[in-house]
Design a protein around this ligand. Sequence first.
Ligand code: BES
Ligand code: ZN
Length: 632
Amino acid sequence: MKPYQQYLLGLGLAGSLCLPACTTQTNTNTETMTTAQQAQNQISEDVHSYAEPTKAVARHLDLDIAVNFDTKTLSGTASYDIENLAKGNEIIFDTRGLQIEKVYLGDKQEETTFRLGESDKYLGQPLHITIKPETKRVTIVYKTSPDAAALQWLNPQQTAGKKHPFLFTQSQAILARTWIPIQDSPGIRITYSAKVQVPKELLAVMSAENPIEKNATGNYSFEMKQPIPSYLMALSVGDLVFSKVGAQTGIYAEPATIKAAAYEFAEMDKMLVAAEKLYGKYRWDRYDLLVLPPSFPFGGMENPRLTFVTPTVLAKDRSLTSLIAHELAHSWSGNLVTNATWDDFWLNEGFTVYFERRIMEELYGKSYADMLNVLGYQDLQNTLKELGETSEDTRLKLDLEGRDPDEGLTDIAYEKGNFFLQNIEQAVGRQKFDAFLNKYFNTFAFQTTNTDKFLEFLRTELIKGDEALAEKINIEGWVFSPGLPQDHVVPTSERFTKVEESYQAWKNGKPAAQLNTKDWSSHEWLHFIRMLPEQMSQQQLQDLDKAFNLTNSGNSEVLAAWFIHTIRNNYTTADKALETFLTNVGRRKFLVPIYKALAATPEGKKKALAIYAKARPNYHAVSTVTLDEMLK
Ligand code: BES
Ligand code: ZN
């Protein structure tokens, strides 16, 4: 038990530790509750944060930092408006690898004492700051370490323009504490302002209201008026330009990339319109994209107002833009209604995948969304196989205590979460389900949610005591049990049926060049490549490669899937392209299966280690943590 739970027991409040019943209480009785009770109702215990928000909690941050590319450090102050709910003498922040220089209290900046607690590999160190019962403001003077895990400092060679350095942050899941002393739990929300000083030739952007061009001073100011959780704190600095898409949307990228990006994402405005039509008004004013250099470890990151995105979706044919629909959807599921702890990650990602598919259906029709669903189902099957169908980690509700949440967050949350929601949709009908989701997003806007809260809402708003319906929805089977319920609906795609026919013909000896692949999108290609047999002859590989030029595909998804086969079957023609891919791209989703396939044989492992030694300096810490472990 955490100390603050004992404190709650003392107050007789433990019963409201977000058991199902607490939701309704929060919404109906707020006037009669104390602030502490209200705060408690918002917060579930987070085993990945040292903060004790029911005692003293941050509400607003004023960040004032300088970005130093020579020393690879950020330095400055984090000033918080706080609420000392318990009127005690301490507030706790999360830190990891930060150098804390001084701490001051109040507007008069009286120096106070502080202490850094014991260090944990993943969680870092608690920063205990001595405060007074009446303290309202705390100012922390600090500096980051050059190896801060959230920060990737790129030299000019690692950028598209090759002339200027670049910096970006990645705070999710618990890395915000490596660049800001912060109460680093998704259950705690803050508004923020920031002043950021950068080299004059660079532009700074954040998950906030952003400038659209450089100024002569290198000083930039930001404001985020809506309260957000710490994992959505984000900053990037580089030689960036802005290109407008719609009235509310636009793209930031390096000058060398902006044109390609503007073409690729020209439909982002339509996505926003479709999303609003589905689940209500977009609450964050602007929606812009920032295209990062290829070392960005993720496909996308839903930083509010400014999604960070990998350049590996620049396929030149707009075929990979479901990723933008996904990050945009997080503006509702995740950023607006946020998982209270990482154990409830499926509420962020499962809802977002469901929503993403709905946006894509709206824009490109059901046959398109069906393909995404089938590919997602394949990913899910692979993850289930890898983890084992009885593994506890295949439940939607997770238990990540004692682990790095980043390692426990898998496709289960995304795809099992999505299929659970699709299952509810099928049980009640789309119209009812959409009304339900609308109400859910509005009811919990700018608040946190957890599995119990959601299920309570589901029971009161949708199931309403209908036992036959409850049985169909099968909460126990989907949420709390491992694997998939036996009777789940397996998604299908007509367009993929055609691909399967071509595949069968090829397998029965028809030359690849004679297959009818004319209208295939990258999704059809991906399905085709994933179906290829594990063992293939050199001749088969050559036949495919010659007909479809797969080794030189400009589509990162197609390429990454193809490399798995070239590695397994020792098709060395692809080696050079493979090495180029691995040294340029830092997206973990691609790197992990490719390195894994390589490491499966002693020879391949040698190859993997040689490439890794060269490529590792290009990868973000998020990727190297996983790969170091895999290749050690
Ligand atoms: N929020 C996630 C990325 C993330 C998850 C970062 C967990 C750190 C910890 C983001 O929305 C995401 O899911 N990105 C996916 C793309 C998406 C289309 C499935 C990715 O990066 O591959
Ligand atoms: Zn996501």
